[in-house]
Design a protein around this ligand. Structure first.
Ligand SMILES: [Zn+2]
Length: 292
């Protein structure tokens, strides 16, 4: 068996990586993968795609949908929320009022909970198949994005753009803490280690119009990834994957990034995010040859 370490970098953009020539991200082989677009929002959704990556099935099958982290467990409350969103979308002053009053906070104080983590997925994940495995901070699977957004102060896109300096600072601190935790977890026993970091997504949404900050962020994350790689056991196969890219107005772009630190024949490489689960399993069980 081969040890495989998967680094999920949310929103790592194929074209930005190529343009900046980030060697630590490009690795030996890199390619653009097809990703999943949510037909209602017209964009790829982080919550849907990471679950598709670890299960190998589309959202129609695993049932996690865009906005999952903010859904209420209570069906009545969720219905109420959907009605409010519809009104909000048509009326900006209602939107402003709701973002000030934050009625959700009130219901949370009463003990109502959101579905940031789904613990009863209807399909098996790669972690049910490969053992021992470590899954760290994977959205909806074991990372509650709603709680994360609360922590860094991300209320909405408009709000985040207005307060981007402080939100970016908090997101970076959170990312560095997660990296520290990753370095500790690496020392445990595993054949598959899968980690997800949200940081690049936050920065991309807030600074899509400031290429210098994007560049700085990519180079900094690259150094951190290099350090993680240096701490891995010898001969670990390292994959870097993203769920989607970013476009020039700060929205999710419909392609994802993939790279691997060993040479593999093109015919074995994944074409879509949905192929990653089987690709990783086949790598671990040595069903895919590695070229010298
Ligand atoms: Zn995003």
């Amino acid at each position: 068996m081969r040890k495989v370490f998967v680094i999920g970098l949310d929103c790592l953009d194929y074209y930005i990586v190529e343009n900046l020539n980030c060697k630590e991200f490009l690795q030996k082989v890199h390619k653009k993968l097809e990703t999943i677009i949510n037909p209602e929002v017209g964009e790829p959704s982080t919550e849907e795609i990471w679950i598709s990556i670890i299960t190998g099935v589309p959202p129609e099958v695993h049932k996690v949908r865009a906005g999952q982290a903010k859904r209420w467990k209570s069906k009545t409350l969720q219905k109420f929320r959907e009605v409010l969103i519809k009104i909000e979308k048509k009326n900006r002053s209602v939107e402003r009022l709701i973002s000030k009053l934050r009625p959700g906070k009130f219901f949370e104080k009463l003990g109502f909970e959101k579905t940031g983590i789904v613990d009863n997925l209807p399909v098996k994940t790669i972690f049910d198949i490969v053992k021992p495995s470590i899954a760290y901070s994977i959205p909806v699977y074991n990372e509650d994005l709603n709680k994360y957004w609360e922590l860094i102060g991300w209320r909405s896109r408009d709000y985040a753009l207005k307060h981007r300096e402080i939100i970016a600072k908090r997101a970076r601190e959170y990312f560095l803490k997660e990296v520290e935790e990753t370095l500790k977890l690496i020392k445990n026993d595993w054949i598959l280690f899968f980690v997800h970091y949200q940081y690049i997504d936050d920065i991309s949404h807030m600074y899509y119009d400031e290429p210098e900050i994007i560049e700085q962020t990519y180079y900094e994350v690259e150094e951190i990834i290099k350090n993680i790689k240096n701490n891995l056991p010898k001969d670990t196969v390292v994959l870097i994957v993203s769920d989607h890219g970013i476009n020039d107005i700060g929205l999710h772009a419909p392609y994802s990034f993939f790279s691997i630190n060993v040479k593999i024949d093109e015919k074995y490489l994944p074409k879509s995010v949905l192929d990653l689960k089987d690709f990783i399993i086949n790598l671990i069980y040595e069903k895919i040859p590695i070229e010298d």
